[in-house]
Structures are given as C-alpha cells and as structure tokens.
Design a protein. Structure first.
Length: 115
C-alpha cells in the first residue's frame, strides 16, 4: 500500500490504510512514514455512554484508537477514526470509507489554509 494523495480544494487526503469487513468489524493494515502495522482490527465496543465509540481499534492486543459511525446527508455511512500512541505528537484523525468494492480505505486529511 502506498500513500495515494488527492487534493480537493485546499485539503490533502492520503490513504493510510486498507481494510476488509469481518464478521463483526474490520481488519487490515495501516502504513504511514512512521507507523507500519500489518494487523489492525476494528472490534465492536461495549458502549457505556451515549457518545462512546462504536469500535475499538487494536494493533494485535494493544488498543490504538476508537471509531464512531457517521452518516452523511447523502446516506453514506463511514467511520470517524481517532488513533493515538505515546510516540505520536498528536492523535491521528481519519475516516474509514467504502471504496465501492470489497475494501475500505482509511483516509487522513489535513486542511491547508487558502493561499
């Protein structure tokens, strides 16, 4: 998996992971210049609060983040994903989106100011 960049307006979007649907979640890998995890699983979370995540994200047995279901106005459902690790300067916020095939892409974007 290579980083595929797409520019929309002033946002730069990069695919940082590829996933497939499993019986109860998603499985795949994440790759960035500083992070390479071959076995990542989105496992349904036991929600203890209304705003709790829908999925917990694990790299093997280590929890790497969480994901929340989001539905766009056009009816398309995606997951908003937050990944964090003590080695990160800041959390990584991304979206798991359907590719209209059997795969889902984990897409990270950074908005750039106009100019």
């Amino acid at each position: 998996m290579g980083a595929i960049r797409s520019t929309i307006g002033h946002d730069i979007m990069v695919i940082i992971g590829t996933f497939t649907r499993t019986e109860n979640g998603y499985a795949g890998s994440i790759r960035t210049p500083i992070l390479s995890v071959k076995s990542v699983d989105f496992v349904p979370a036991v929600n203890l609060s209304e705003n709790g995540p829908d999925y917990r994200v694990f790299a093997s047995t280590v929890e790497l983040g969480a994901a929340w279901k989001q539905q766009a106005s056009n009816g398309i459902t995606s997951l908003t994903v937050s990944l964090d690790d003590p080695s990160f300067a800041f959390p990584i916020y991304s979206n798991l989106v359907d590719t209209e095939g059997d795969e889902f892409n984990l897409v990270w974007s950074r908005a750039h100011p106009p100019g």
